[in-house]
Design a binder for this molecule. Structure first.
Ligand code: NAD
Length: 375
């Protein structure tokens, strides 16, 4: 679903002044946290992060990113598989007393070296582990999509609030240079008012028929939950506005595989100002694109939502940023700064809730066949 990041560390260690013989572009060219708006806190002890769920995203992206963060570090592990805990503990030098399973997870409250719990589990478990982490006194990052529906998101927000803990969602693209540029161009109306958005995200499913992503009870839905939230996010952060209505339509080419969940969903978001966003989420199309057409020009990122490899163009020519930027490093360091300063994250639980309100309305529209009000 995402490009494999196996070459990431090689890229980073290889990164010098040239790539393929040509000079890298100044000055936003930087990997890791350098060049971001998040300075490390000099002399301060790094905040400790425990990863809950040691699957693909934790092993491929988050654990490697936590080797490069300047303000936080991997200090705890949570898994249901003892062998995984043993392997990870040896690999990342995590003491056995900082390794937990899903049953004894709550005793994480006694571990002073863990400040932040990062929930990287199937979606149906996001709410439970976010609430348990907050009740154990830990700040929380929860992966996208935030939960099965908006009602669950609200419960997670409330639990973090009542325990006086910060909550953030794993929206890494808010820290990625090309997507940040789309936010600037759109929200500051650099090309005038935006008229239309196109936001599409999908891949062709090749993950067999046993994955939790195909089970409604665990995933809540299909491509819309997994890929569609990027399209919704893209439309929202490019316009800086909230959609009011949505009309959705579904297409299924492999009903035997996508028995319980959606394969491809087309949806049109209508914003109060008149902007329309044509969006797509899919487990059957390889696409990753964000485009805005405005009064005096346009801009487009394609691919837009991968871990790396973004290509951006505007009516004026190419966007020039580092497209091998390790956004998860910047994302986690930013949250560490939020915790230190007791400041709401720019990708707070409320952001996740807003997206899930849209997702809920899309599913209502698929069921009713009608345009539905969001929220
Ligand atoms: P994965 O299947 O690779 O890993 C999930 C982990 O959860 C596994 O280690 C599995 O053992 C564990 N698990 C615990 N209880 C389980 C259960 N009942 N059923 C199945 N697995 C169970 O998934 P992933 O790709 O790592 O995704 C995890 C979360 O991260 C999801 O919410 C996903 O949307 C999110 N994610 C985000 C990004 C991003 O770019 N922000 C990328 C990939 C995944």
């Amino acid at each position: 679903m995402h490009r494999n990041n196996s070459t990431r560390r090689k890229f980073l260690s290889d990164l010098s002044l040239t790539v393929g013989g040509s000079l890298l572009l100044p000055p936003l060219l930087s990997c890791g946290t350098k060049g971001t708006s998040v300075p490390a806190t000099p002399g301060a002890k790094k905040l400790g992060v425990a990863l809950v769920g040691l699957g693909g995203y934790s092993s491929g992206q988050l654990a490697p990113a936590l080797q490069q963060t300047e303000d936080c570090a991997l200090t705890g592990l949570v898994s249901g598989t003892p062998q995984k805990l043993a392997d990870w503990s040896a690999r990342y030098n995590i003491p056995p007393e900082a390794c937990y399973n899903y049953q004894n997870f709550d005793s994480i409250r006694d571990n002073k070296d863990i400040d932040i719990v990062y929930v990287v589990l199937p979606i149906s478990l996001h709410k439970e582990f976010t609430i348990r982490a907050a009740e154990a006194g830990k700040h929380v990052i929860c992966e996208k999509p935030m939960a099965l529906n908006a009602a669950e998101c609200q419960q997670m927000i409330d639990a973090c609030k009542s325990n006086n803990r910060l909550l953030s969602i794993g929206y890494r693209l808010h820290f990625e240079p090309f997507n940040k540029e789309a936010m600037r161009l759109g929200q500051q109306q650099v090309y005038g008012k935006i008229k239309t958005i196109q936001a599409e995200n999908g891949f062709t499913w090749g993950g067999g028929n046993n994955s939790w992503r195909l089970k409604k009870s665990l995933a809540g839905g299909g491509g819309l939950m997994d890929m569609g939230v990027y399209a919704i996010q893209g439309a929202r952060y490019t316009t800086g506005e909230e959609p009011v209505y949505v009309t959705a339509r579904e297409e299924k080419t492999r009903p035997e595989l996508f028995k319980e969940v959606d394969e491809t969903v087309f949806f049109e978001l209508e914003f109060g100002s008149g902007i329309k966003a044509s969006c797509l989420s899919s487990y059957n199309k390889n696409v990753s694109r964000l485009r805005a057409d405005a009064e005096r020009g346009w801009f487009e990122i394609s691919p837009a939502f991968y871990y790396e490899g973004q290509v951006g163009t505007t009516v004026d020519g190419p966007m020039r940023f580092d497209n091998r930027y390790f956004e998860q490093v910047a994302q986690m360091d930013d949250f560490a700064q939020c915790v230190r300063q007791n400041k709401r994250s720019r990708v707070s639980g409320e952001e996740g809730l807003k997206d899930m309100r849209v997702v809920d309305a899309i599913y209502r529209s698929l069921a009713s066949g009608k345009r539905e009000k969001i929220g």
